[in-house]
Design a protein around this ligand. Sequence first.
Ligand code: ZN
Length: 199
Amino acid sequence: MQPLAGPVSRLIEAFSRLPGIGPKTSARLTFYLLRAPAEVALELADALRDLKQRVTFCERCYHITETSPCPICLDETRDHRLICVVEEPLDVLAIERTREYRGVYHVLHGAISPVDGIGPDDLKIAELLARLESEPVHEVILATNPNLEGEATAMYIARLLAPYKVRVTRLARGLPVGGDLEYADEVTLARALEGRREI
Ligand SMILES: [Zn+2]
């Protein structure tokens, strides 16, 4: 059999390194792009380049941003005494959609998961503790996902926060257990924030 042209096998290989994409899907995506109009492929290439060149993480809260500190951290009208700790940038967007929260955030970039080899040092936990030293924080809301990893992460952080003079709260029950925050509807999420309880 004739081997595939270099650029074709290169793209198939690149796609297959992405999470959730096996060899079949990566071949399908590659041949789709090969047949699609040039603009479709070039738009994808541009978006990928911009993603790495223009998007960075906020030096304070680790949310994704084009400028650091991010606009949320720089917003003087927000309550900087209140930090909501979430797993992923998409969780920030989910909570912002509720329009109920006026504090700031801290993005951990994951949750503790021994099975996946993710420990506390892989997350932005030390960075959160550093913020407590330098910012006038009164309350930390642990808004990790209501699943095993999210609960374990919340408990771990709550223990670390015990020596600090801050109120530590967890989102109220009512979020679908085992689910992801980013998929919760606004009303449920707003209610969970409203009914947060001390831990
Ligand atoms: Zn920020």
